[in-house]
Design a protein around this ligand. Structure first.
Ligand code: GDD
Ligand code: MN
Length: 371
């Protein structure tokens, strides 16, 4: 295969897909017999050793490449990295778990070229396609997701949640700087990031059942989808991570008032009640942030404790700064609500910045995989 002939790159994101590596490559070899292609696995350091299996094959087959990312997780961001790592003019993104029917790839490529499209999506919803045997609840969830996606994207798609599509690399380069790279829904991200109408084509297919391994779709993926939508709305203005942090903080404030009221009503002295409540709410906020705000850098085991301590320390200092600024403003003639709000906002940003550096330090959760 001469490099100049390279026409299509197939990006396969993997997390614990060891048993699917060989079958998916065999299928692609049959389907793409007439196309000059390469395959790029983007593996997030799977504990099951997916990357090792892929590399073993790659040593004998120059069509196969492997990117092994460490300390990072995420389907969309993995695909973006894979897409940016090829020089092929056309790029396909497909699940590695055999649920996407690879035999429609040649049709997708042909359609994209003939009609000079930006993206061709393999969709589950239009005539001929099917959701396979998806649980009814998941079909409903998928429909809800589609409705929400129309809010951020002006390009109508019958299956914006599809993880199976082919795109022109020129289109990728047009939108890549604006991608959010959050969560599972890369297609929506790609389309919603366009600054012009996107030329999209669709090819129906039947979503298959998983034979090996298991799905990584869980409740957090739904949460990440909401974060993606949020980012498409406010992205560039405010980091969505901060918004989630602030949301957790607001929730904490509400719980604080309820708990404080209850403790005082039960006869506890104000200062004791306030102290207990503060400790409880700070702890709760730490765990909520650990699960949601910093789910990609989640602390576990021993690090949970040291994280909790740095979180307490940062928040205590934050409270001090809050009081200092508020009383300064009040002393300089600001009304109490301006002083109070300014103190709150500044200490919240402080807490966010400091805990991002010390508590959920980047790379801190990095550990060699054990399997
Ligand atoms: N690198 C990497 N990192 N890969 C991941 C990660 C991750 O964090 N999470 C999942 N993957 C890989 C899986 O190994 C698999 O190859 C593919 O992404 C899809 O993951 P699944 O967990 O099997 O998702 P699904 O089958 O429930 O949903 C898929 O199909 C839907 C319908 O097309 C996804 O593609 C959805 O986005 C899509 O809506
Ligand atoms: Mn799957």
């Amino acid at each position: 295969m001469k490099q100049g002939d390279l026409e299509l790159a197939v990006v396969l994101p993997t997390f614990n897909e060891r048993a699917n590596v060989v079958p998916v490559l065999e299928k692609l070899a049959l389907t793409l017999a007439d196309i000059s292609y390469e395959v790029i696995f983007v593996d997030d350091d799977s504990p099951d050793g997916t990357a090792d299996v892929a590399r073993r094959i790659a040593r004998e087959n120059p069509r196969i490449r492997v990117i092994q990312r460490v300390g990072r997780r995420g389907l969309s961001s993995a695909c973006i990295e894979g897409m940016m790592a090829t020089s092929a003019p056309l790029i396909a993104v497909m699940d590695a778990d055999l649920q996407h029917d690879d035999t429609v790839l040649p049709q997708m490529v042909a359609k994209l070229k003939q009609e000079q499209l930006d993206i061709v999506v393999a969709t589950r919803n239009i005539g001929g396609g099917s959701m396979g045997n998806f649980a009814e609840s998941r079909v409903r969830l998928s429909n809800l997701g589609r409705t929400l996606s129309n809010l951020v994207s002006h390009t109508p798609l019958s299956d914006p949640m599809s993880g199976f599509f082919v795109l022109d690399r020129r289109y990728l380069l047009e939108v890549v700087y604006d991608l959010s790279g959050i969560g599972f829904k890369l297609l929506l991200d790609l389309v919603a990031s366009a600054k012009r109408p996107v030329r999209v084509g669709e090819i129906p297919y039947r979503f298959g059942v998983r034979v090996h391994g298991e799905s990584k779709l869980d409740i957090l993926v739904g949460f990440e989808y909401l974060q993606l939508l949020l980012d498409k709305f406010v992205g560039g203005l405010l980091p969505t991570r901060y918004l989630i942090f602030a949301l957790v903080g607001s929730l904490g404030a509400i719980i604080h008032m309820i708990l404080l009221g209850a403790l005082i009503a039960s006869g506890l002295q104000f200062l004791y009640a306030q102290a207990v409540t503060t400790a409880v709410v700070m702890t709760l906020n730490f765990f909520l942030n650990n699960v949601f705000t910093y789910r990609d850098r989640r602390l576990q085991g021993r690090r949970l404790l040291s994280g909790l301590l740095t979180f307490y320390a940062a928040c205590a200092l934050g409270a001090f700064i809050n009081l200092w600024i508020a009383s300064y403003l009040l002393g300089h003639g600001s009304p109490w609500y301006v002083a109070g709000f300014a103190g709150l906002v500044i200490s919240s940003v402080w807490n966010y910045g400091i805990t991002g550096i010390f508590t959920w330090r980047k790379g801190r959760t990095l550990q060699p995989r054990t399997a």
